[in-house]
Design a protein around this ligand. Structure first.
Ligand SMILES: Nc1ncnc2c1ncn2[C@@H]1O[C@H](COP(=O)(O)OP(=O)(O)OP(=O)(O)O)[C@@H](O)[C@H]1O
Ligand SMILES: [Mg+2]
Length: 206
């Protein structure tokens, strides 16, 4: 089993949207997928409860970060995707456990100054964990000057996923439907999340 930890600094998003869309992309590709919601706010858990009965199965568990005292060891999965709350630094031991079990740490970054400052502040912590890392530009508005600036800044921070997720209303809409965009025909981000899964899957094998 492979484990992807989705984590971020102080900035607000989009962790949960990344977790659920990545989990769905892997599930529709035929993998046995689990999700772990360590955010006490439980939005991933809420989304999972909305999944239609005939949607690709995703095994879900909710365990607030403060209650994580051992490495998660779900059985019979190909992939576990872990969602985290915003201030993981408040739970250093639990967070360290999650980093220890991560085959890859995925950090979504929005191309704005606040998120980039927050990302910069978190870099020393991320690097000290010594886990394979990918930064994911998300909620991107392609033609903005800030987007071009952000591309340059994040590529100097570490390995950037070769896929950018645009800012599109189909993403919040898929939350309410209990779906990921990879299982909604005609979405623009669906194929992008599938590409992201293929990239991360190859990165974890390599
Ligand atoms: N690509 C996108 N396009 C448009 N809206 C998006 C996109 N990705 C996420 N969002 C929206 O942005 C908001 C924040 O995203 P999300 O809930 O994933 O952030 P988060 O990091 O999990 O936040 P929190 O720290 O509160 O858990 C949500 O309303 C979500 O639907
Ligand atoms: Mg969240």
């Amino acid at each position: 089993m492979r484990t992807i930890l989705v984590v971020q600094g102080k900035g607000g998003g989009p962790k949960t949207a990344t977790v659920r869309n990545l989990a769905v992309a892997a599930a529709v590709a035929g993998r046995r997928v689990g999700t772990l919601d360590t955010d006490p706010q439980g939005s991933l858990t809420h989304w999972h409860g909305l999944r239609p009965a005939d949607a690709a199965p995703i095994i879900h568990e909710q365990r607030p970060l403060g209650a994580v005292t051992e490495r998660p060891t779900p059985h019979g999965l190909d992939l576990l995707v872990i969602d985290t709350p915003t201030a993981v630094e408040n739970f250093p031991q639990a967070t360290a456990l999650l980093f220890d079990c991560a085959d890859l740490v995925l950090v979504p970054v929005r191309p704005g100054p606040e998120d980039l400052v927050s990302m910069q502040a978190m870099l020393p912590y991320l690097r000290a964990r010594r886990r394979p890392l990918r930064l994911l530009l998300s909620q991107v508005v392609p033609r903005l000057r800030e987007t071009a600036d952000a591309r340059a800044i994040v590529s100097a921070m570490g390995a950037v996923a070769p896929v950018e997720i645009p800012q599109l209303q189909e993403v919040p809409r898929s939350f309410i439907a209990g779906l990921g965009t990879a299982e909604i025909p005609g979405t623009r981000t669906g194929p992008l999340f599938r590409d992201l899964w293929l990239h991360l899957s190859a990165a974890m094998e390599g």
